[in-house]
Unconditional design. Structure first.
Lengths: 76, 561
């Protein structure tokens, strides 16, 4: 479940925890925030957009797959 | 007992720092209210459904549309957002919205990404377009900055869990300080409260990922405005008329009109009669007009339905991609890029999502005043007007000015901690924190979605009836009793979610009581025991109100034109 924080890039600023619209992180000063409630992520991407170190990415679960087909099949 | 960490005296309290709440706060300050306090569940820079953007603002600009607002109003009322609304409010919104647009531009929000006033999407071919395309990526940061400039006190991570009323008037609010793991209570006394908490999700089994509660098209962080209003005795309207959104399957995300394409059957035939090739100006309005389209094609076996953007020019596809960022769809774009899903080559399946409360809720006048003195509401949680972000901004602005004037002649509670509703909520939430063994909030939330999906579900493939709704109300009462007696919370976060579930219970009760009273079929409110649509109710709205003694009364009023 999203998000993933890359500890090697995280500067421990806590921005992701501060601004998350769902309050899913836990952060203690000087440490990489923890994704405490991953199942409550709304995949809004705010943490990715606001991380000054670009240390956050989302991994959407398999069951959120976006169903699609080759558009050419509709034009046959 | 959870301790009280702060008591605050304010002139105007705003519940929710989204688009409507932020505009209300700025307006109240401009109108002279000295102590304006925003209680925000998360953080005003990124909270609510507009957290990362929006790209369409409903508005009327005479230099674009001409001197007559009526054709634009008609177009808006004919769209999905216009159903069952007070025309009077929607007209006023359009007439005054350009002033808000100009204000936003002055504050630094890019309202003309193409250098001109550009109206696109959600429109019938040949008809006026009411949605101004803009770049909303920085909207929350800009509004947060404006609140700061106006001296507004913002308390982030402070969800509001109860309102207080004295002598028939609202007089304060109870919040949880959730900024630390150990919760405390914050009491805010004020003569005026403005509710602006957005839409309500998590009432029904999720339409694309059952029991994944947070895969929703808009922000699922239920901030409880409809429930707060219901409990304090404000009249609610349109709660029984279901609203459903649509979009990509299985990943839910709002913003379907940002896509520029044609809805097609698997054989390539368009679903609707409006476009056969992608049209950037009007979009494909089929799913606005034919709300159950994506479900119908699955039920009749002709589906699935795809949105096909592949016939756009490279320039239009590049424009659409940029607009998707403006709309706040960066996570969807990142996912599609990573998976190699390219709108130039792939058609994406669309589906209808589960019912939510959007444009269902408090009955307000043109200033956002509810039926409870001192209590105002703005945005998606208002029941008799609705148009997403544009309406939230406009109504928040009006409500803020009106509340500031109202507050000048009134006072808040002198002893909020002794108010019976506040006291009872403090005791109940404290009991959750004192319990080591008990029910998790998720159990209660999922149980609620089961009851709503079985006993108050929506058309066209599910029905409501007197026996179903009465059974649902009975089961809800059982669930509420068991939840109150057994739910536990271990920190401020889980306590916040537990309080949300209590709010969802109230929303569910209001929906079912309203649905019982509407003895007809209308839209997706499909009654198996009243299968017809009653023409005598076409121009009426159903108000449902909880009295102080807990009884519920209903009344019909004429729509305001």
């Amino acid at each position: 479940m999203p998000p993933i924080i890359h500890a090697d890039r995280c500067t421990h600023c806590g921005m992701c925890a501060t601004i998350c619209p769902m309050n899913i992180f836990k952060h203690e000063k000087g440490q990489t925030p923890k994704v405490a409630y991953p199942e409550e992520c709304w995949h809004c991407n705010a943490c990715v957009l606001d991380c000054p170190a670009h240390a956050v990415e989302l991994r959407l679960p398999l069951n959120y797959m976006v169903l699609h087909v080759d558009a050419d099949t509709l034009h046959a | 007992m959870i301790p009280v960490s702060k008591t605050i005296d304010a002139d105007v309290v705003i519940v929710g720092g989204g688009i409507g709440g932020a505009m209300a706060a700025i307006a109240a300050s401009e109108s002279g209210a000295k102590r304006v306090v925003v209680l925000e569940k998360c953080h005003v820079k990124r909270s609510g459904s507009g957290a990362t953007g929006n790209d369409h603002f409903s508005c009327y600009i005479p230099e674009v549309h001409g001197d007559d607002v009526e054709p634009v109003l008609t177009a808006l009322m004919n769209s999905l957002v216009g159903q069952a609304k007070d025309v009077e409010l929607m007209r006023l919104h359009l007439l005054e919205s350009f002033d808000i647009v100009k204000k936003w531009e002055e504050w630094g929000i890019n309202m003309r990404p193409l250098g001109r006033w550009n109206f696109q999407g959600h429109a019938l071919p040949g008809k006026p377009r009411a949605f101004l395309k803009f770049d909303g990526r920085k909207q929350k940061a800009v509004l947060a900055e404006q609140m700061k400039k106006h001296g507004v006190t913002v308390l982030n991570h402070h969800p509001v869990v109860e309102l207080a009323k004295e002598n028939g008037r609202v007089c304060g609010a109870l919040a949880i300080d959730a900024s630390t793991p150990d919760p405390s209570f914050v009491l805010v006394s004020a003569p005026c409260v403005i509710l602006s908490t957005g839409l309500t999700h998590r009432l029904y089994v999720n339409g694309t990922t059952p029991n994944y509660l947070f895969n929703t098209a808009h922000c699922p962080n239920n901030a409880g405005g409809q429930a707060l209003g219901w409990r304090i005795g404000a009249s609610m309207v349109n709660m029984e008329i279901p609203y459903t959104h649509a979009g990509t399957k299985y990943l839910q995300r709002a913003g379907k009109a940002t896509w520029i394409g044609v809805y097609r059957y698997p054989d390539g035939k368009p679903l609707g009669p409006f476009v056969t090739k992608p049209d950037p100006e009007y979009g494909d309005v089929t799913s606005d007009i034919w709300n159950s389209a994506f479900l119908d094609v699955m039920h009749n076996g002709r589906g699935p339905a795809y949105l096909d953007c592949s016939e756009n020019t490279p320039e239009t596809l590049a424009y659409m991609r940029k607009a998707m960022f403006d709309e706040g769809l960066s996570a969807l774009i990142a996912y599609m890029d990573a998976k190699g899903i390219d709108p130039a080559r792939h058609a994406v399946e669309f589906t209808r999502f589960e019912p939510i409360l959007h444009g269902r809720g408090l009955d307000v006048d043109k200033n956002g005043q509810t039926t409870v003195p001192g209590l105002y509401a703005a945005g998606d949680m208002v029941g008799n007007a609705g148009c997403g972000l544009g309406l939230a901004a406009w109504m928040g602005w009006r409500a803020g000015h009106a509340a500031a004037a109202d507050a000048a002649n009134s006072t808040g509670s002198a002893d909020l901690a002794s108010n019976p509703a506040i006291k009872a909520k403090m005791e109940l939430l404290s009991s959750f924190m004192s319990r080591n063994i008990g029910a998790e909030w998720q159990e209660a939330n999922i149980a609620l979605t089961q009851i709503m999906s079985d006993y108050a579900n929506v058309g066209p493939y599910n029905v409501r009836s007197e026996t179903l709704l009465k059974a649902g109300l009975g089961y809800l009462a059982q669930l509420r009793e068991e939840t109150n007696a057994s739910m536990k919370a271990s920190c401020s976060h889980t306590l916040m979610r537990a309080a949300e579930v209590l709010d969802l219970f109230d929303c569910a009760e209001c929906i079912m009581r309203s649905a019982l009273e509407r003895k007809e079929t209308r839209g997706n409110h499909k009654r198996s025991d009243y299968t017809f649509t009653n023409p005598l109710l076409a121009d009426k709205m159903l108000d449902v109100t909880r009295k102080d003694d807990g009884s519920v009364v209903t009344s019909w009023r004429n729509m305001k034109h």
